[in-house]
Design a protein around this ligand. Structure first.
Ligand code: GLN
Length: 421
């Protein structure tokens, strides 16, 4: 039987109310825009500002500048993956995948972790596919953190982690990574942990510094997580972008950390598909249950045809990853050479595709005025260092450049940088 609301006999026009009935309630009050804004701005969003990285991309577009700000490639994604995505759409894989990820994709993820790290994950109970690592991180935090909990973050940090912590009502505790090698003081890290600590967020290879945490550092962090009954929530999206013999070790693979870690990753950087928004979260079954609940109500699921293409991506042969690192190492050397000849001091990255620089040579009062000059007068967008720091004054003489770009783009940038001299 057709439900009454679908029946053509029951059109909206059947309901007749006298217009007086409405006018009785229609009080028109003119409210100033600021009052509306103040009333309808939640406390949680008032605690952070918009993303500086994404703002720089908009500025780059507006000024027609070379975008060395937001970390995404300006060259095409691998042809095989583009074809796999197009074929998936053609094959009618266009409706919702299972909320926590299409089974073939979860199987491919499990297969890759087994091959790469010898780690076993049960695709049915320990893998959640989500809309990029960005959703993976926020869904994980919302699943495990309560208002009032504390989260330990290394500073400089990828700017999302601050707002992510605020969105779940947690208080971030910052621990400094000291230039030039971005080392941390173990006592300072220890002092940041307490009975209130719920988790540490660890991003290695690190954005923005290019630091790759060593086994010894990871073991120390793992020890603190166990001592203080905290989780390690890791963002490992640059796992395959490594230089100078650096090795990536998931902290989850260390003794005592399998049940105490949440590993977040995505296809974006490894397969040069940042716009696909396909990521995943690996965690023990109980943690995964909680994360899946949040993920389900946040987004239902990631794009089904792109998950299908992901099966092909995660099944790539080992030399794809070697090639990726070699390619980016050459681009790193290219940009570092250009920056140094223009007068920047570079902190050489050992992983990821950013280079943090020191701009004190140029005599600008701060990072923002320097970047404004770069964008408007030299046509190059970069990210002001301060956006990676919470403490006032942090990063005020630092600027981050990304180098996941065509040589042609890096060449153009080189010519512009030289004009700074
Ligand atoms: N991770 C990239 C960066 O740091 C892009 C971030 C984003 O905008 N999602 O630039």
């Amino acid at each position: 039987m057709i439900p009454s609301y679908l029946s053509t006999d029951n059109r909206a026009g059947d309901i007749h109310l006298p217009s007086a009935h409405f006018s009785k309630y229609a009080r028109r009050v003119s409210t100033p825009a600021t009052a509306i804004r103040n009333r309808f701005r939640s406390q949680r969003i008032s605690r952070f500002t918009e993303s500086v990285i994404r703002e720089m991309t908009r500025l780059a577009v507006r000024h027609g500048a070379i975008n060395l700000a937001q970390g995404f490639p300006d060259f095409p994604a691998p042809a095989d993956l583009k074809r796999a995505a197009a074929e998936a759409i053609d094959a009618d894989i266009n409706q919702y995948a299972i909320t926590w990820g299409a089974k073939p994709f979860r199987d491919a993820i499990a297969g890759k972790y087994k091959r790469t790290y010898g780690m076993e994950f049960d695709p049915e109970r320990e893998i959640t596919v989500c809309c990029g690592a960005t959703e993976g991180m926020v869904a994980s935090l919302l699943a495990v953190v309560d208002p009032g909990d504390e989260i330990v973050l290394f500073e400089p940090f990828y700017e999302n982690y601050g707002p992510d912590s605020q969105l779940c009502g947690a208080t971030p505790r910052y621990v400094t990574l000291h230039a030039p090698d971005w080392s941390f003081d173990p006592d300072e890290l220890r002092a940041a942990f307490s009975s209130r600590t719920k988790a540490i967020i660890l991003n290695s290879p690190n954005n923005p510094t290019g630091k790759v945490f060593t086994r010894q550092e990871l073991e120390f962090i793992a020890g603190l997580c166990q001592e203080f009954d905290a989780l390690a929530i890791t963002d490992e999206i640059y796992e395959h972008i490594l230089y100078d013999g650096a090795v990536h070790i998931p902290i989850m693979s260390l003794p005592g950390m399998r049940e105490r870690s949440i590993l977040v990753n995505s296809m974006s950087k490894t397969y040069s598909v940042t716009g696909w928004r396909v990521g995943w979260v690996l965690a023990a079954p109980d943690l995964t249950d909680s994360i899946r609940k949040v993920h389900d109500f946040l987004t239902v699921g990631a794009a089904a045809p792109l998950q299908q293409a992901g099966v092909q991506a995660l099944s790539m042969a080992g030399n794809y990853y070697e090639h990726l690192s070699t390619e980016y190492a050459a681009r790193r050397d290219h940009i570092v050479e250009s920056l140094q000849s223009a007068g920047f001091k570079c902190f050489l990255p050992h992983g990821a595709y950013y280079v943090m620089t020191d701009i004190s040579e140029f005599g600008f009062p701060d990072d923002s005025s320097f970047v404004r000059h770069l964008i408007t007068n030299l046509g190059i967008a970069a990210v002001p260092g301060s956006s990676f720091y919470a403490q006032a004054g942090g990063g005020s003489q630092q600027v981050r450049f990304c180098f996941c770009k065509k040589y042609e783009t890096l060449e153009l940038a080189r010519n512009q940088f030289l004009k700074l001299k």
